[in-house]
Design a protein around this ligand. Sequence first.
Ligand code: SF4
Length: 389
Amino acid sequence: MLKLQKNPNIDDPIENLYIHVPFCHKKCGYCDYYSIVSQTADYESFLEAIKKEWKITKNYLEKNHNPLRPLKTLYFGGGTPSVLSPQILTQLINYFESEIGFASDIEITMEVNPEPIGQETVLAGIKTGVNRISLGFQAKQDHLLKKIGRLHSYQDFLRMLDLIREQGIKNISCDLMFGLPDQNIEEALISAQTLIDLQIPHISFYSLILEENTLFYKKYAKHPELLPSEDSEREMYRQLLNIFESNQYQYYELSSVAKDNYFSRHNYNYWSTKPYLGLGPGAHSYFNGIRKGNIRSIKDWALDPWKSAEIEEIDFDLAMREYAMLAFRLNEGFSVEKFEKRFLIKNPFEKELKNLIEQGLIVKDQQFEQYYLNPKGLDFANLVFMEFL
Ligand code: SF4
């Protein structure tokens, strides 16, 4: 068998672009994403800086002969993309369509907060090609939304959902959070049932994580007793997964379920360790076997987006390990056949896989030589990932 000691990511075509919009109307207490609070940011300068970063990136790709293809996915994340003016969002979409080109079935996602401000931008985005909306929901209970610092209420969420659906958008994803201060299991389940009843086809559900440099970290790191315990968080996860599965949602990734094939194609690309470009302060990219993290300062990033980035080389060995870790995030699990096809070597993880089976965290499908997390592995997925580090 040919031994290719090169990260295969280097030769994969680049078909996925993420744009980080670093503005929010207010900072939520738990949020660690890079964003600045602004009602009146200079969006024109932001657009120019994105174009500048793209030109530098394009030069790099051309010099390194990295294959760039019409985009299959374009994702506006943040921050809050709906704070941009309608004109700037439209210009961004049109610019990348003319620079890179769009595949005929491109998925264009926009994260939207259900705040009254920004509706015009959402409408302009949909008119220009946005065909998937990731709508902030978090919880049904207004007292919890208030507690975590969200600006919207459940009624605001419903109004925005109607508006989006009136435009013909079916591909909608909502975030649901659990493990919140003062949240009990019943409330988390009511939130889940609400999304099910509203026929939301894609749901991301994840627990609160105390990130350093957030208000919540200051408030709760020394008082974990004010948050649901780890056991009750695990119980929430199990019960949420259960309610989704019994309502015909397919669990396809640790924190994501979907109905009728409404998977996130953009995120699936990340989990498959395929290349992606990320533009904007705080954005990450992975192409040509390097991972690039942009600086979390709009000012410094705008001055020189490439120079200010952190760059890490992902060599062959690390690429294999990351592939194995991410494969276990997906319900399709780690397939020996797929692995060997991608890396062109015999599966080097027999010892790790055996250890994980002995610890009762994964199971093996003998017929297809495929390994999956079992229910205990779902609870302790981090132990599975660590085995490959
Ligand atoms: S709106 Fe989103 S990005 Fe902005 S602070 Fe809240 S969670 Fe973070």
